[in-house]
Design a protein around this ligand. Structure first.
Ligand code: SF4
Ligand code: FES
Length: 367
């Protein structure tokens, strides 16, 4: 008779569940779901070795286990800490955690530009969400911020190192989905950067997955850059017979035009799995199949109702009251950039367009 596996009981924010030994606190929290699940900027369950870099997933362990119920003295990274039987964990119920997370967000934003209005990741950026939840209106940082030149990672991907939070996810993609290890984070501390080493991974048919795993807008799809805001596009599930990948994707459409193709994501922002395998997609499906006729359409994707992607209905909208001068004691805001201007960032005069920009407004060179 096979012995029944003993499960560990863990309590997270006053909700108890039984999980298998070896489960991390983060995974146990994901089993419960909702707000008790800590955010994760660097951990990615489909990438071996990921996690432990960003500290956004910190939680408080109020009791270590039934055998040793002492609290853990420091907050722990939930993506790297396994549950014990009888463990009691606090996430949103802990003031220490909320305070520490606000500190982590402040650190992540030390060098990250607040260029969400012109960043393609806006609307699906985990750092943007964290910034809204924990960010402060001011900064205590007085030093010059790190800036880098934009870098082409092959013909389809552009790296904005200025936005990178060094989560290492893209290096794991290069490591685990391409044939040889030709990547890495160069230098250390304030000088650390993802650099040209990674561009060697462009030979791989799976390099485009780096875009999908990047939690911020550091790696962007050159075939989609600046073409639209994600909340104006409609995500649709589709598939095709592909001899290189699973062929299951999300098409991001505006009318009949397919503006972008991505892997399908689950509620944690990770690629979905099919028959136990991650649904990474190949570059042919991602970059070359941009016509509806290339795909068998399954139906609209499920979008979380809290996501900005489901908010793009502007019927009968009235312009909100301009509050900046009021907030700034009568002074007008000092604008760093005007996204409507033709600039190094945006090469099309958006103000002159009769409607929202589409790919027709951008030639190949401007992407
Ligand atoms: S480029 Fe993106 S995925 Fe790569 S380390 Fe930076 S933030 Fe992470
Ligand atoms: S998700 Fe746990 S440290 Fe980054």
């Amino acid at each position: 008779m096979s012995e029944e596996k003993k499960l560990f009981k863990v309590t997270i924010d006053n909700i108890s569940i039984d999980v298998e030994p070896g489960t991390t606190i983060l995974h146990a929290a994901r089993t419960i779901g909702g707000d008790v699940t800590p955010p994760a900027m660097c951990y990615y369950s489909k990438l071996k070795g990921s996690g432990g870099k960003c500290r956004t997933c910190l939680v408080e362990v109020a009791a270590g286990s039934t055998a040793d119920p002492r609290p853990m003295p420091k907050l722990v990274a939930s993506c790297r800490t396994n549950v014990m039987d009888g463990m009691i964990v606090k996430n949103i119920t802990s003031e220490r955690v909320q305070d520490a997370r606000a500190g982590v967000v402040e650190f992540l934003l030390l060098n990250h530009p607040l260029d969400c209005p012109i960043c393609d990741q806006a609307g699906e950026c985990h750092l943007q969400d964290l910034g809204y939840e924990h960010g402060k209106e001011g900064t205590r940082y007085e030093f010059k911020r790190r800036t880098f030149e934009k870098e082409d990672i092959g013909p389809y991907i552009q790296l904005h190192m200025t936005r990178c939070i060094l989560c290492y996810r893209c290096t794991y993609v290069a490591d685990q989905l391409t044939d040889s290890r030709v990547h890495g984070v160069l230098d250390r501390g304030d000088h650390a950067e993802i650099s040209t080493h990674i561009s060697k991974a462009i030979d791989s048919e799976f390099s485009g997955n780096m875009i999908d795993v990047c939690p911020v807008g550091a790696l962007t799809d050159k075939t989609f850059r600046f073409k639209n805001r994600v909340w104006f596009t409609k995500p649709v599930e589709a598939h095709r017979d592909c001899d290189k990948c699973c062929g299951k994707v999300t098409l991001w459409q505006r009318g009949d035009e397919v503006l972008r193709v991505t892997a399908r994501k689950d509620e944690w922002g990770e690629v979905e799995s099919y028959e136990g395998k991650p649904g990474w997609i190949c570059n042919t499906c991602r970059f070359d199949k941009k016509s509806v006729s290339d795909w068998v359409i399954e139906g609209p994707s499920k979008v979380n109702r809290h996501s900005v992607i489901s908010q793009g209905h502007y019927v009968g909208m009235s312009k909100p009251k301009e509050t900046m001068p009021e907030v700034m004691g009568g002074r007008a805001p000092k604008l760093l950039m005007d996204i409507h201007d033709v600039s190094g960032v945006n090469t099309v005069n958006i103000s002159a367009l009769p409607g929202p920009a589409t790919s027709k407004n951008y030639t190949k060179n401007e992407q």
